[in-house]
Design a binder for this molecule. Structure first.
Ligand code: NAP
Length: 252
């Protein structure tokens, strides 16, 4: 690890969009240069081990933490370990997220709480527990993964939409609080991206979704990872408090 090596933390890094972000930042040839990447996950040990090995085999460095993003205590432990091991934290990418879809009349209180805690409270947990280090360094970049659904809503996803709209309000407020300390906070709003989360959609649902996407295709996880890399790079130093849609033109 050289003096210029950056340190990133990606929540929910083992699959889908998170995995693509981890790989992009750890590739050491992205817009951010050399970067050690820590990531969290909740259940799939094998996915985490394979990812760490893949990165190490290609000359990068990654560490995995098995932890529930909804737990404030566990998020503090993860951040403390990263800072004690690597001495700094440059980029926080709040990506962990789940869906538990249902129409309001059938949605249980548990499913509402689980989605809010995993998707929204986790963003508070990790941002709050990293903020002191960012302030000390006079440098930090926070990127929160929201969703097109947080902007336009979606029937059957009131819990998910509320969590994702909440992330947008949180992003703008914290961007205002931390801007004077050279800490930029932005959100990315993906449209429909090909991952296990969207594999749950039926053929009919996918067909009607494609009709509403001007670019006429679903996105790839790498489409999101590239924008994360840009937001972490010096090219984006003058961007804060923004929600960047990466959705094939769904919202314009
Ligand atoms: N796919 C899309 O079309 C789309 C669109 C808009 C926004 N998004 C957002 O993008 C993010 C990633 O979505 P995705 O499609 O890549 O999802 P995914 O394929 O289901 O992957 C989710 C990742 O989050 C981890 N995770 C879930 N719950 C967690 C928890 N409580 N603590 C720690 N890690 C947890 C999973 O780890 P385990 O495997 O260990 O559970 C997995 O690595 C989410 O915030 C999602 O809302 C996705």
């Amino acid at each position: 690890m050289t003096n210029n090596t950056k340190v990133a933390l990606v929540t929910g890094g083992t699959r889908g969009i998170g995995r693509a972000i981890v790989k992009e930042l750890a590739a050491n040839k992205s817009l951010v240069g050399e970067c050690t990447v820590a990531f969290t996950y909740r259940s799939c040990d094998e996915c985490a081990e394979t990812l760490v090995k893949e990165i190490e085999d290609s000359g990068g460095k990654a560490v995995a933490f098995k932890t529930d993003a909804a737990s404030f205590e566990q998020s503090k432990e993860v951040i403390d370990k990263i800072i004690s091991e690597f001495g700094r934290l440059d980029f926080l990418i709040n990506n962990a997220g789940i869906t538990k879809d249902n129409l309001l009349l059938r949605m249980s209180e548990q499913d509402f709480d689980d989605v809010i805690n995993t998707n929204l409270k986790s963003v508070f947990n990790y941002t709050k527990n990293s903020a002191r280090q960012f302030i000390k360094q006079k440098y930090g970049r926070v990127i929160n993964i929201t969703s097109v659904v947080g902007i336009i809503g979606n029937a059957g996803q009131a819990n998910y939409a509320a969590s994702k709209s909440g992330i947008i309000g949180f992003t703008k407020s914290i961007a205002k609080e931390l801007a004077s300390r050279n800490i930029n906070v932005n959100a990315i709003a993906p449209g429909f991206i090909q991952t296990e989360m969207t594999d749950k959609l039926t053929e009919d649902q996918t067909k009607s979704l494609l009709e509403n996407i001007p670019l006429k295709r679903m996105g790839k996880p790498e489409d999101i990872a590239g924008v994360v890399s840009f937001l972490c790079s010096p090219l984006a130093d003058y961007i804060t408090g923004q929600v960047i849609s990466v959705d094939g033109g769904m919202v314009m």
